[in-house]
Design a protein around this ligand. Structure first.
Ligand code: AQP
Length: 332
């Protein structure tokens, strides 16, 4: 049986990268797969969070899921901390994860920066929590943006190693699903850095909650270069900002980049940016309006999370029990 697991951290500033790299793809996957989409609040606290904001951001991501088209009738939506199997399994799997594997993780190196000794243990073991999220449900597929590929590989290694130690196909080896023309949406200010929630410049990203005027302004101000738009993919190689804007356009339009290049070749950026801004607004504005409506009824959002939690608890607690028995832990 195929089962999908993925999540978004409730760390504020949900952006176009999160939408194109993750949420938009999830909406289509619901048709063919059993899906579990989590709001990964335990991952969020690996970086210092303001308690009130964390709570609000959790509801905001829930609203963004629903407003984008995730259907709670078909799909499980819940917040990670409410299902204890995630934390419990993290301890168990951390006993199967060599430090050498974790030492290779580039996200830890980037986020801990030069002050590695001050970084918290949770930031270091973040990928084990991510492996637990997936393996607690024996998920077979994990749709993510490019940036999470390395963490997913670690989850595959942990699953494989556990299976080998106990000589059984206990965990399916989860497959990454990386879709579309915008698997890595880059900053609007610097095409070499990914669009990110934590970038100090708000002009580096399009937030899902940005209004029409702000989206327009951010796209007009987006970094480009003095040359017209090219006609071939190869000509994009040394033009990361142009590549990024065309990738965003192509992903939102749901058309191949080659087709977009054909249409746009030779245009000036002033003209392309207008067309791009219109498209972004037409896709993002309805989501942000719906989100605002949903956020007026927090009890409804909490009810969705509670229903999801109950079903998620049911699946994950059974798997956790099996894992404990496999390891030889005495269950009283
Ligand atoms: N720029 C991106 N392009 C494509 N996909 C992206 N994702 C994130 N950024 C991009 C995908 O969004 C999903 C949820 O991500 P997350 O909430 O775990 O956050 P993150 O990856 O930590 O996002 P940020 O914005 O990069 O946060 P900071 O600034 O804190 O590092 C994932 O599937 C991710 O691949």
């Amino acid at each position: 049986m195929n089962r999908i697991f993925s999540g978004v951290q409730p760390t504020g500033n949900l952006h176009l990268g999160n939408y194109l790299g993750a949420i938009k793809n999830w909406v289509s996957l619901q048709k063919d797969f059993e899906c579990i989409f989590c709001i990964v609040d335990l991952h969020a606290i690996t970086i210092k969070q303001n308690p009130k904001e964390l709570e609000n951001n959790t509801l905001e991501v829930t609203a963004a899921y629903l407003a984008s088209g995730i259907d709670p009738e078909k799909t499980l939506i819940f917040n990670q901390n409410s299902v204890s199997a995630h934390s419990e399994l993290t301890w168990l799997l951390s006993c199967f994860t060599p430090l050498g594997w974790l030492n290779r993780m580039t996200q830890f190196k980037e986020k801990a920066g030069k002050k590695k000794d001050n970084a918290v243990l949770g930031l270091y073991s973040y990928p084990v929590l991510m492996a637990s999220d997936i393996l607690a449900y024996k998920a077979t597929h994990v749709p993510v943006g490019e940036d999470q590929k390395q963490h997913l590989e670690l989850a595959r290694d942990i699953a494989g190693s556990f299976n080998k130690i106990y000589n059984k196909e206990f965990f399916p080896i989860p497959e990454p699903q990386i879709f579309g023309e915008a698997t890595r949406v880059m900053s609007l200010r610097d095409g070499k850095n990914k669009m990110s929630k934590s970038d100090d410049s708000d002009y580096s990203r399009i937030n899902i909650t940005d209004n029409k005027d702000l989206i327009n302004l951010k796209i007009q101000k987006a970094k480009t270069d003095p040359y017209p738009l090219p006609s071939k993919k190869e000509e994009l190689e040394n033009r990361p900002e142009v590549n990024n804007l065309l990738g965003i356009y192509s992903a939102l339009k749901e058309e191949k980049l080659d087709k977009i290049l054909n249409e746009m070749a030779g245009k000036e950026f002033s003209e392309f940016k207008k067309i791009l801004a219109e498209l972004v607004i037409s896709k993002i504005e309805p989501i942000s309006k719906k989100m605002n409506d949903l956020l007026k009824n927090k009890d409804y959002l909490k009810k969705i999370l509670k229903d999801g939690k109950e079903k998620a608890d049911d699946i994950s607690s059974k798997n956790l029990l099996e894992i404990k028995k496999t390891i030889g832990l005495l269950i009283i």
